[in-house]
Design a protein around this ligand. Structure first.
Ligand SMILES: Nc1ncnc2c1ncn2[C@@H]1O[C@H](COP(=O)(O)OP(=O)(O)O)[C@@H](O)[C@H]1O
Ligand SMILES: [Mg+2]
Length: 367
């Protein structure tokens, strides 16, 4: 068990590629921290620097209270699980799990005890004599996790461990890894490009873009109080809608764009006053666009006219691709709402849920 602290960490590869920039992050002892961001944003590089598989160009890496910049990987007491599992094909599950302990000259009884314990936790006791090719993807992933558990590391590092599994197995393993974290009570740093995985598993999430951390917070804070347009668009599915327009004064502060005229609640006035008569980007999540008339009371709703382009029924709900002049939006509504493709309809924007972004900095100006 240990906290992990990165202080101003940077990684520059040859040919001037800077994969990670001035990254400062503290992962608390026993915390489940997720690093999330699009492919190529520097997640794996960050994890590999914590593991010691990649040297840091600048900055400091602490595991516990120990400065680890010059500590070799094997002496950091961390265990890493990779996307491709990296199991030895010619060894059985038991041998794969016990191999690292044997190398470290653990007594035979201790090795056996730890492997049996880990196998019981993961429900793979009956698979220990099988080789990787005789296991399904999910079973291989459990063996790879088991190999990490037997080490009793201070910190687990996971790099996209569920990417090779089918959708259903991913959902199941998500819950299993969350349970495992509670049971082991160990620090976990988990890397994924999938915001849904991040939201469901992370106690806190660090959102990365182009080598830079954008925001670190709990899943719900990221969802409700995104610091900038990137975080707002990355977290949540379908993504937040964005519309470029202007703030004007017309019976109170109003957002204006093609096909839009939406009055804002009074509470926005202090923060948005400096943007009066200026360009802004309006952001609203799909679930904050409601049918008209609304089946429930909505305070501060603004009505706009739209055309329905596509309807995607999901069973319990539906996604509507709608358009106010050329501004396209996605709305998420109950599957009982009657709206047909090609129809002109009216929808209600729940304006108290709106976010506004400065088009220059892309920062959220409503926080
Ligand atoms: N060994 C390397 N040499 C040069 N560039 C690299 C190397 N490893 C990664 N990169 C680059 O660093 C950036 C971040 O990569 P990575 O950390 O693997 O991203 P992620 O895991 O978020 O997809 C990418 O632009 C990638 O091409
Ligand atoms: Mg990666």
């Amino acid at each position: 068990m240990a906290r992990v602290r990165l202080e101003g960490v940077e990684k520059a590869f040859d040919k001037g590629v800077v994969a990670v920039r001035d990254l400062t992050l503290e992962v608390k002892d026993k915390e489940f921290m997720v690093l999330v961001g699009p492919s190529g944003c520097g997640k794996s590089t960050t994890l590999r620097m914590i593991a010691g598989l990649e040297e840091v160009t600048k900055g400091k890496v602490y595991i516990g209270d120990r400065l680890c910049n010059d500590v070799p990987p094997k002496d950091r007491n961390i265990a890493m699980v990779f996307q491709n599992y990296a199991l030895y094909p010619h060894m059985t599950a038991y041998q794969n799990m016990s191999f690292g302990l044997k190398l470290r000259k653990f007594p035979k009884e201790e090795v056996e005890k730890r492997v049996r314990e880990a196998a019981a936790i993961l429900g793979i006791e009956k698979l220990l004599n099988r080789k990787p090719k005789e296991l399904s993807g999910g079973e291989r992933q459990r063996v790879a996790v088991g190999r990490a558990i037997v080490r009793k590391p201070d910190v687990f590092l996971f790099d996209e461990p569920l990417s090779n599994l089918d959708a259903k197995m991913r959902v199941q393993m998500r819950a299993e890894l969350s349970r495992l974290h509670k049971r082991l009570a160990t620090t976990i740093i988990y890397v994924t490009h999938d915001q849904m995985e991040a939201m469901t598993m992370g106690e806190r999430i660090a959102v990365m873009k182009a080598g830079v951390i954008q925001q670190v917070d709990t899943p719900l804070t990221l969802y409700h109080r995104p610091i900038n347009r990137f975080v707002a668009g990355f977290i949540g599915s379908p993504s937040m809608n964005f519309v470029e327009g202007k703030l004007i004064r017309e019976e109170g502060l109003t957002f204006w764009a093609k096909g839009f005229k939406a009055r804002l609640p009074q509470s926005f006035a202090p923060k948005l006053a400096p943007f009066l008569d200026k360009e802004v980007i309006f952001g609203l999540r799909p679930e904050d666009i409601h049918p008209s008339p609304p089946p429930y009371p909505i305070e501060e709703g603004a009505r706009i006219k739209v055309r329905v382009d596509v309807v995607e029924p999901m069973g319990n709900e539906m996604f509507l691709y709608i358009r106010a002049e050329e501004n396209q939006l996605i709305a998420r509504m109950g599957s009982d709402v009657k709206m047909e493709v090609g129809e002109e309809a009216e929808v209600i924007l729940a304006m108290q849920k709106a976010h506004f972004f400065d088009p220059q900095t892309e920062n959220n100006i409503t926080l």
